[in-house]
Write a protein that binds this ligand. Structure first.
Ligand code: HXC
Ligand code: NAP
Length: 282
């Protein structure tokens, strides 16, 4: 479906690009001709993914950076521009999340997730957007949301993430209008369940929970990374230039079956929660 030069000449900054869906998107964009610059806190996955991208004969570089730190974001973007001259595309993919009973959360736990997801997305967007506007250059932004925000439903047991992703969605729709005059486009994707080490270890941390989630899915399967990566490539490409401020759900129809992806955890016995929490504290 895609020509291999779909993203030729583009330089894409992917936050959280060393692992999971960020990594899969980065590899796919590289196959489609893009240069990649990856951000994350841990060096090892970033370096490894850059190696894989170079194996596909594309250019790649990275910087370690906590997206909650605006100065660090600006430094990372400066490093990216040194490497590639200009970044024209941003994918706000970095996130934090965990399954927990809200009444047990500390304020710091809430702030930590909101800081990564909402503030981090804003800070990367602001740092690059300002540069694009000053240089009178167009730009393209894709935010990774979640179905429990995209469909306005929320979900129990992931309250910090639901709040933050809802904010990301509001940002997507607001800036799509405000920055259209600068030829900056902003869209979002709301993924259903896609197996990644990061999400599974924090949200479905046992085979039983994984199987329960699979059985509850209308298609009885999880998403494949290439399905999401191809959607992302389309939304970033010039083929979708008239799509702006949109959030595309890719979840196999899961949310239609019952909004609030983790609401089913309400029938989880307290003893099971206690065991989950004890496992985390080890
Ligand atoms: C309750 C928790 C917790 C948990 C951490 N905390 N994990 N509280 N339940 N499972 C609390 C800590 O006790 C601490 O509060 C506060 O959160 C910050 O924790 P730190 O470990 O100090 O923070 P930090 O190093 O910044 O780590 C952030 C993190 C961590 C979000 C807590 O999990 C992380 O780094 N995540 C990044 C990757 C990730 O989450 N990927 C999954 C994305 S999946 P106190 O008060 O003790 O200081 C996703 C999918 C959505 O978003 C939809 C799925 C279908
Ligand atoms: P993941 O592999 O854990 O991805 C999260 C990435 O963000 C990691 O590479 C992590 O790297 C980075 N990150 C976290 N905190 C950061 C910070 N403060 N600064 C910079 N980078 C940070 O999980 P994933 O499943 O691929 O998630 C990717 C995106 O998809 C997220 O937006 C998530 O909410 C969304 N999503 C996933 C699913 C799913 O089923 N997998 C469903 C819905 C939405 P470091 O830890 O090295 O910083």
């Amino acid at each position: 479906m895609f020509q291999t030069d779909l993203l030729k000449g583009r330089t894409v900054l992917v936050t959280g690009g060393g692992t999971g869906l960020g990594r899969s998107m980065a590899l796919r964009f590289a196959e489609l001709g893009a240069n990649l610059f990856l951000l994350g806190r841990r060096e090892e996955p970033l370096a490894k993914t850059c190696e894989e991208i170079r194996g596909k004969k594309a250019r790649a570089a990275y910087a370690t950076c906590d997206v909650r730190d605006f100065a660090a974001v600006e430094n990372a973007i400066a490093a990216a521009e040194k490497e590639f001259e200009r970044i024209d595309t941003l994918v706000n993919n970095a996130a934090g999340n965990f399954i927990a009973r809200t009444e047990k959360l500390s304020v710091n736990a809430f702030n930590s997730v909101v800081g990564i997801v909402l503030q981090g997305t804003f800070q990367c967007t602001l740092a690059l957007g300002r540069k694009w506007i000053a240089a009178k250059q167009p730009g393209n932004i894709l935010n990774i949301a979640a179905t429990y925000a995209a469909v306005g439903s929320g979900s129990g047991f992931v309250v910090p993430s639901a709040c933050a992703k809802a904010g990301v969605l509001a940002m997507t729709r607001s800036l799509a209008v405000e920055w259209a005059r600068y030829r900056i486009r902003m869209n979002a994707i709301a993924p259903g369940p896609f197996p990644t080490e990061g999400a599974w270890s924090r949200l479905l941390p046992s085979k039983d929970l994984e199987e329960r989630a699979r059985q509850a899915h209308p298609m009885k399967r999880f998403g494949r990374h290439e399905e999401l990566a191809n959607l992302a490539a389309y939304l970033l490409s010039d083929l979708s230039e008239y799509i702006n401020g949109e959030c595309v759900v890719i979840d196999g129809g899961l949310w239609l079956r019952g909004a609030g992806e983790f609401n089913d955890f309400a029938d989880f016995p307290d003893a099971a929660w206690d065991a989950l929490e004890a496992a985390r504290k080890k």
